[in-house]
Design a protein around this ligand. Sequence first.
Ligand code: Q9C
Ligand code: ZN
Length: 322
Amino acid sequence: MKVIYTKNHLKHNPTYEIYDGIKESYAEKPGRLLSIVNSLEQAGGYIFVAPRKFPNKCISALHKDVYIDFLKDRSASLKKDGVLYPSYFLRDTYAPVVKGTYDAAVTSVNVALTGAEIIVNKREKIVYALCRPPGHHAECNAMSGYCYFNNAAIAANYLSSRGKVVILDVDFHHGNGTQAMFYERDDVFYISIHADPEVKFPYISGFANEKGKGAGLGFNKNYPLPLGTTNQVYLRILKKAILHVHIFKPTFLVVSLGFDTYEKDPIGGFTLTIPFYKKMAEEIAQIGLPTLIVQEGGYNVDDLGKMAVSFLSGFTGFSNFQ
Ligand code: Q9C
Ligand code: ZN
C-alpha cells in the first residue's frame, strides 16, 4: 500500500493551546505522525511516496483567497518563535499560527491531492494520505480545531470532476468544515459519525437534523453518538452509514480517518480498541470503492502507530486492495 508522507509537517509545531484561559500542551503534535510512520516501517509492506506540488487553484476552489493570503502573510511575518492566537479568520484557540504553519498546511493539502491523483490514474485502489496538520474543521474562511486547509475536502473536490464522491468521516469530532463546503452540493455526499456536538467540539454542527440544503438536501448525514460509545455500538452505526454509501453509488470514497475515537485518547471520549480499527477498515474495504484515506485527528501518540497498522491491515485481506 502507498503512503503519501513528507517530514515537512515538522515545521508546524505550536507549543500550547488555551482552554478557559489555561495553557495546555498542544495535542496535535508532530510525534503523532512519527509514531505512525515508525509502526508502518516496522510492520513492512508500505511504500512511502513524497507529495508533489499542485496548483494553488486546488485550494482556492474551496477556501477564500483573503483567507489563504491571511494565513500565508501571517505565517511569513511571524518571528522564529512567534505565534498568533484568535483573530479574524482564526476562530478558536486550537489553531494557532506559527512561522511554519502555512507551508506545512499547503504540503498537507498536497499529500491528500497526491493520493487522490494516484487513485484517479488507477495506479492504486487504496492510498493512505498521512496528512498533518489535519483538515476537517477548516472552513472556507476559518481555521479551527488544529485545522487550516481542509485536506479531505480539497481532495474530494478534485475527485468530484471524475465522478461522485462520498466522504466518510470517522474522526471523533464532527467535520464542520467539510460539511459546510459540500452542504449545497449533490455530487459529494458527506457522512459523519462523531461525538454529540452538544458535549464535544466543534459544538456548532454535527446534529442529526443537518441534512443538506438546496441541491444538497439529502446529501449530508450526521450520526452524533454519546460519550462512552463502544466498539459494538460504533459498528452498528458504521454499517448504517455504509448502506447510505451504497445507495448513493459514488465513484470514489474519501475516508476522513481520526484515531481520537480510541479508548485511551486524551481528548476523545469513545471506547474503541486497537483491534477494532481492523474491523472498521474491513467494513469500509467491503464497499469495494477506490478509496483515499486522509489522516485527521488522534492524539494518543504512543498508540497511534498500532491503530494505523490495525486499520490498514483491514484492507490487505481483500485481494483488490493489495
Ligand atoms: N482541551 C481534530 O481532531 N478541543 N481536531 C480540544 C482539549 C479541540 C480536534 C480540547 C479539538 C479539535 C482534527
Ligand atoms: Zn478529532
